[in-house]
Design a binder for this molecule. Structure first.
Ligand code: ACO
Length: 325
């Protein structure tokens, strides 16, 4: 039994923050950001728009595209590192906002790999036979955890949400296989130090800017290329496929140079990689579903083609999904 992506939808906020505008805030330039990352602009949510609000709009679009009734949904998973609040889960908040039934709801935290981890989990729960219709969402308001005085991180990220309806029958891309993993040996490579039980909020945690995202960009870059290549190879091997049989790759939209390096190592032509990071930056867990939705709208997939969705994120986590369109 294979899960089917019955519908997909995405949403990004209206406000565009381009590199030029950013260069007025921090010591950076359009040229530096473009050449080092490929990013030109990103979307920033309004102050009153929380992650659940971004998720709600994307979810509504996915429900419409799947042509299902909201009451059919019996499982909601929201992948996010920027939940509305520590608890209750953003998935519970969203359930009420969407007027869904009193169904199972939880958040999944695997940073930028979160959406693909969630597809992996949803597929298993659907395969158990106890659930029939999952709403799987990646949603982030990254702007709420960025240090807008740190040029090494604030130029990289954006806000947005993407959602999918996953069922075990019907028409749509089939989810053929999954490969998820993690290496928790060095969590401080990419983390938000304060606000949890290890460093609860205090005057000094705020003064020391510990509630913002901190990252060792160089190390993350190297790990990202390595783990996305490994996850893709293992996924293909487990499903009896070679890299040359892959028609499309939707990689995590973090940095075009990461995508280029991965393409070279996998010996998959760069033309097969779908990228929209120039317009959105890195939207963390929302990056893959936003890219997937945009690629669908552009009509780039043909029935029967094979695709790989692959992501990495804080943890470090990684996840890859094989799709037959
Ligand atoms: N504007 C101008 N100069 C800058 C900027 C900026 N925005 N940021 C850094 N610099 C400077 C640095 O200070 C450094 O100057 P120095 O040599 O005088 O010290 C110089 O540029 C080079 O900095 P590097 O860090 O070596 O630049 P690099 O080429 O490695 O690019 C980048 C940095 C873009 C962050 C890259 O390492 C990267 O993309 N890493 C991966 C990050 C990533 O994908 N994170 C998301 C993970 S997913 C998740 O879970 C959220």
């Amino acid at each position: 039994m294979k899960s089917v992506l019955r519908g997909i939808g995405s949403y990004v906020p209206d406000k565009i923050l381009d590199n030029h505008e950013l260069s007025l805030r921090v010591d950076t330039s359009d040229e530096w950001i473009r050449t080092r990352t490929g990013i030109i602009e990103r979307r920033i949510a309004a102050p009153e728009q929380s992650t659940s609000e971004l998720a709600r709009i994307a979810a509504q679009k996915a429900i419409n595209s799947a042509k299902i009734k909201p009451e059919q949904i019996d499982l909601v998973i929201v992948a996010t590192i920027t939940p509305d609040m520590a608890f209750p889960s953003t998935a519970c908040i969203l359930q009420h906002q969407l007027g869904l039934g009193k169904v199972a709801c939880f958040d999944l935290e695997a940073a930028c790999s979160g959406f693909l981890y969630s597809l992996d989990v949803a597929d298993g729960m659907l395969a158990s036979g106890r659930y029939k219709c999952a709403l799987v969402i990646g949603a982030e308001k990254m702007s709420s955890i960025l240090d807008w005085e740190d040029r090494k991180t604030c130029v990289l990220f954006g806000d947005g949400a993407g959602a999918a309806i996953v069922m075990t029958d019907g028409e749509g891309p089939h989810l053929m296989g999954f490969r998820s993993g993690a290496d928790g040996s060095n969590p401080s490579l990419l983390h938000q130090p304060a606000g949890g039980s290890k460093m609860p909020a205090s005057i000094s945690s705020v003064e020391n800017r510990e509630h913002f995202l901190k990252m060792n960009g160089k190390e993350i870059f190297k790990s990202a290329v390595r783990v996305m290549e490994k996850a893709t190879r293992e996924l293909l091997e487990a499903n009896g496929l070679r890299t040359k049989q892959v028609d499309h790759v939707i990689p995590h939209q973090a940095n075009f140079r990461i995508v280029e390096s991965m393409a070279q190592r996998l010996e998959i032509p760069i033309e097969k990689f779908f990228c929209n990071l120039e317009l959105h930056g890195n939207t963390s867990a929302a990056s893959i579903p936003i890219a997937f939705d945009e690629a669908c709208q552009k009509g780039i997939f043909r029935k029967g083609e094979m695709g790989v969705l692959v992501a990495f994120g804080a943890g470090l986590t990684w996840s890859a999904t094989l799709v037959r369109f």
